[in-house]
Design a protein around this ligand. Structure first.
Ligand SMILES: C[S@@+](CC[C@H](N)C(=O)[O-])C[C@H]1O[C@@H](n2cnc3c(N)ncnc32)[C@H](O)[C@@H]1O
Length: 212
């Protein structure tokens, strides 16, 4: 199984365009981006995992709300942009990537909420089942996984893989997740709005008694 960052096709694009993309992502508000899954975000201090955290907009926001945050991002040029921003001193950054998240192997059951925002279309179909198994292991029983699925044409230079929503739900259910919520939102970026890109947000709960 490929798990070298060199083999993840989207990463090179993020490396080359980190400054532009990172600034664009930091320019959005987490309240707005996460509006359709807000009711699932813990209100009391919790352990939160942000995978594919980019330049850290949401990881920093969670930290400023008192959560204990682990941010995973494979592209240093992206994660470096969070340095010195409010909340950054409270975020643990780990350089790693799906499908395996090797560096988090000893953290089974630790997280109450896992965010995968804008990442799923970069994970090739062949790795998606493994990626979901990895995430479900990291969640505690009753924990939530919130993920956004990019729907629409590849405006980003052929680094995106197609997503079938029903296939994703079926895969997730197979690894012990229960679908709790789904919502369709428009893109947050003008070029993608013009191209008709939409996002499907899915929230899954880890089934109680699922020890995987
Ligand atoms: C569209 S950006 C979203 C960044 C951030 N979540 C946000 O909403 O601002 C996608 C991010 O996913 C990261 N990424 C791509 N493939 C990944 C993988 N296989 N595992 C973890 N992160 C990945 C990229 O490096 C990039 O920072």
């Amino acid at each position: 199984m490929a798990n070298s960052a060199d083999e993840v096709p989207a990463l090179d694009r993020y490396r080359r365009n980190a400054e532009r993309l990172g600034a664009r992502f930091l320019g959005l508000s987490s309240e707005y981006v996460l509006r359709s899954v807000a009711t699932f975000i813990p209100t009391e201090p919790a352990h939160i995992l942000d995978v594919g955290a980019g330049s850290g907009r949401d990881a920093l926001w969670f930290a400023r709300h008192g959560h204990n945050v682990t941010a995973v991002e494979p592209v240093e040029e992206m994660s470096d942009q969070a340095e010195g921003l409010p909340g950054s001193e409270k975020v643990e950054w780990i350089s790693d990537h799906l499908p395996l998240l090797e560096h988090l192997k000893d953290r089974a059951g630790r997280y109450d909420f896992c965010l995968l925002s804008g990442v799923w279309h970069h994970v090739p179909d062949v790795h998606r089942s493994t990626a979901l198994s990895t995430l479900v292991k990291l969640l505690g029983s009753g924990g939530y996984l919130a993920m956004s699925l990019r729907l629409g044409s590849d405006t980003d230079g052929k680094t995106n893989f197609d997503i079938d929503i029903e296939d994703t739900i079926a895969l997730a259910e197979r690894v012990g997740l229960l679908l709790r919520h789904r919502a369709r939102t428009q893109s947050n970026q003008p070029a993608n709005i013009a191209a008709g890109v939409e996002w499907e947000w899915l929230v899954f709960e880890k089934r109680a008694g699922n020890a995987t």
